[in-house]
Design a protein around this ligand. Sequence first.
Ligand SMILES: Nc1ncnc2c1ncn2[C@@H]1O[C@H](COP(=O)(O)OP(=O)(O)OP(=O)(O)O)[C@@H](O)[C@H]1O
Ligand SMILES: [Mg+2]
Length: 270
Amino acid sequence: MRTPQTATPAIEVQGLEKGFGELEVLRGVDFEVARGSIFALLGSNGAGKTTAVRILSTLLKADAGTARVGGFDVAAQPGQVREAISPTGQFAAADEVLTGRENLILVAKLRHLKNPGAIADDLLARFSLTDAGGRKAATYSGGMRRRLDIAMSLIGNPSVIFLDEPTTGLDPEARIEVWQTVKDLAQRGTTVLLTTQYLGEAEELADRIAILHQGRILQSGTLTELKQLLPPAKVEYVEKHPSLEEVFLALVGDNGTNGAAGTDTTSNDK
Ligand SMILES: Nc1ncnc2c1ncn2[C@@H]1O[C@H](COP(=O)(O)OP(=O)(O)OP(=O)(O)O)[C@@H](O)[C@H]1O
Ligand SMILES: [Mg+2]
């Protein structure tokens, strides 16, 4: 669903803070996601990625800061935000006892949409699940399950979709299938915010990447911009450009301090 303010970013986060008791998870997070783009939020286990996604999905209240999704404030206009989005949890949402098609029909009915059967068939076709549509989701492979989850979250044509670790636990082939799905979504104009621990996934998919570390966005930018933070290593006559993984590890640092760009934080002596 489009909002009138097409010039505003799809997601705007400013000074977002969230703690659980003593634990300060988000300590002033800022980022923006342009409409129709793919944005990857990277971070180690426990960095606060899911917490941020839950706040943006209106499932959790922030302690401080503001967040707008589709032009709507998550705290003041949660109903409008929910209309604009479709959260897909980090853990699969499909009901195993139901068939793929029944799962889709159920969600369409919960969203009070007309022709739930037609919506289900359309999505099954789009996600190459037509043949499997009549089978219980329990019999699906990991990749099929993940595609079904994403299909379920597209019911109602959300303008923004959150994918929390969409390919965790998938084998490389299934991962590539999900990547294609995400690329197709963005091509259709959907804004995608994904979290991932697979740096190659961010390299493959994201227009912009942000690294969440110790409660803040340590760096953000395009892949090219992030790679420019480290100089290319020259080995004889061959230029080796740093991979995103090297940029990530240099920024996050192994020793608890933030490794500054350009300094050698690796332990390997050359
Ligand atoms: N409801 C909660 N109550 C208490 N602590 C929580 C709660 N939710 C999250 N946390 C803590 O907040 C921190 C951030 O968790 P979060 O799930 O956002 O991390 P994440 O970046 O998604 O990690 P992962 O990569 O493992 O999914 C963790 O230390 C977690 O234990
Ligand atoms: Mg998480």
